[in-house]
Design a binder for this molecule. Structure first.
Ligand code: UDP
Length: 472
């Protein structure tokens, strides 16, 4: 029987690449599993420019990177509003090359690919090898994606009227929790022709054809939703939070040299760590909208005033290109009261070592766009959140953070300076102890899930065993 050889193919974006590299490294620790990691040329170049990923993976003789073009022009910014083009590029240009690799003699024995790559089902069938989908978004949001046909059938989308606070009834297990405004952002489209809605419906039909689905989550957080999934897809592996699963495995394997864990596509500005060192425990708010979200200049100024008026020290990631219209304007051209107050109690960087920042003792809150990786990283460190979701899954995540897990506040759809100030004061002053206690409880559950005999630890063991034995 051939040695197990897994071909890993992430969606070429920061979050999925970061997650899948962590999974790849976990698989590589089992020396008899070979791993080929398929990156687009664009992502690979950025990883090489910004991280020590090459050196980090050189220590695994059973690992190799392979690259394919992504079909986009070099100057495409590959940010949030380009997501459709990114998927089209992969389908048209990268997927035929992926197919050749899969069906080649001595090709892989198992595929682990992003859940959005519907083309992988036919390719896996043709090559007669097992396919595992890895959905790097949260199960709670994927569950709402899979409910889109039900929402259409029940006439709940497209919305009738403008009331975004009306409750939604056709997502099983989420009755009484979800309002229209909490559904994935594409549900706000005025008609059903939107390509993303059509793709989500297609994804739902394909995901059930895989031999299993991997999630970056843990039972203590999403147990009820995972049970719903198991009724539809029996083979679920909930192996998260991956970033602490890998840290704990590396800490236990003495033979491996310690290196950084960064998979950042931007250069991390480490100077903010010195700035954090100067602040008391739990006093600083971290602000970041991740790798894809953007904001208008008007929103940007409202955020800035809200932060400054809250009087809370803040560390703010202003990713290059994330504030629409700012380049032409000049960042220094902001009102003097903002720049003066920021000098007193703010620190602005273009990209931060986020996992380390959230783990720093001075961080007391996170104003986030509710991307799934950011949410998990915050949960692990016991940091309460203020959520300002931008698109797709983030609207569901932020609802769960605010309403179900009670780990912070969901600011969704509002962005005026008074609301920002009020919510920052709520999380950092008025209800600080309550939120910190609740966040600590969830953090303890996260850490327990990757400890020996924890649910995520066991699911990872089962995944590895299945990869060794799996044949279709
Ligand atoms: N991130 C980082 N530094 C930053 C901002 C973000 O390292 O300054 C990382 C963050 O730790 C997370 C990822 O980028 O792992 C963002 O993924 P997420 O799913 O939260 O959001 P997305 O960028 O996909 O919208």
């Amino acid at each position: 029987m051939a040695l197990p050889h897994v071909l890993v193919f992430p969606l070429p974006l920061q979050g999925p690449v970061n997650c899948m590299l962590k999974l790849a490294e976990l698989l590589c620790l089992h020396q008899e599993i070979h791993v080929t990691f398929l990156n687009t040329e664009h992502i690979q170049q950025r990883l090489l420019n910004c991280t020590d990923v090459q050196i980090r993976f050189e220590k695994y003789p059973n690992f190799k990177f392979v690259t394919v073009p992504d079909g986009l022009p070099e100057d495409n910014p590959r940010i949030g509003d380009q997501i459709r083009k990114i998927i089209e590029g992969i389908e048209e240009v990268s997927s035929p090359l992926f197919r050749e690799m899969v069906i080649a003699a001595c090709g892989p024995t198992c595929l682990i690919v992003d859940g959005i790559f519907t083309f992988a089902v036919d390719i896996a069938k043709e090559a007669r090898i097992p396919l595992l989908y890895f959905d790097t978004i949260s199960p709670c949001s994927l569950w709402t994606y899979l409910a889109v046909p039900k929402l259409i059938e029940a006439g709940e989308i497209p919305f009738k009227g403008n009331d975004l606070d009306a409750l939604v009834n056709s997502v099983p297990g989420m009755e009484g929790v979800l309002r229209r405004r909490d559904l994935p952002s594409f549900c706000r489209a005025p008609d059903l022709d939107s390509p993303i809605i059509q793709h989500v419906i297609k994804e739902g039909k394909h995901i059930v054809q895989a031999q299993g689905v991997i999630f970056n989550t843990f039972e203590g957080l999403e147990g009820p939703i995972l049970s719903q999934f198991r009724a539809m897809i029996p083979n679920i592996y909930a192996i998260g939070p991956l970033h602490i699963q890998i840290k704990s495995k590396l800490a236990n394997s003495q033979c491996l040299p310690k290196t950084t864990m960064s998979n950042s596509l931007w250069k991390e500005d480490m100077s903010c760590m010195d700035w954090l060192d100067k602040h008391p425990q739990k006093s600083v708010l971290f602000v970041s909208i991740g790798s894809l979200a953007t904001m208008s200049k008007a929103h940007f100024l409202e955020f800035w005033y809200g932060l400054v008026n809250s009087m809370t020290p803040f560390l703010w990631v202003q990713r290059p290109g994330s504030i629409i219209g700012l380049e032409e304007d000049n960042i220094n051209n902001v009102p003097k009261e903002l720049s003066e107050s920021t000098k007193e109690r703010g620190c602005i960087v273009s990209w931060a070592p986020q996992e380390e920042v959230l783990a720093h003792s001075s961080i007391g809150g996170f104003l986030t766009h509710s991307g799934w990786n950011s949410t998990l990283e915050s949960i692990v460190e016991g940091v309460p959140m203020i959520c300002w979701p931008y698109f797709v899954d983030q609207h569901v995540n932020s609802r769960y953070v605010g309403e179900v897990w009670k780990l912070g506040l969901d600011m969704k759809d509002i962005c005026d300076r008074a609301t920002v100030e009020r919510m920052v004061r709520q999380v950092m002053e008025v209800n600080k102890i309550k939120f910190l206690e609740r966040a600590k409880q969830m953090s303890d559950l996260a850490i327990a899930s990757v400890a020996e005999s924890g649910s995520s630890y066991q699911d990872l063991d089962r995944l590895i065993e299945d990869i060794r034995l799996m044949r279709i």
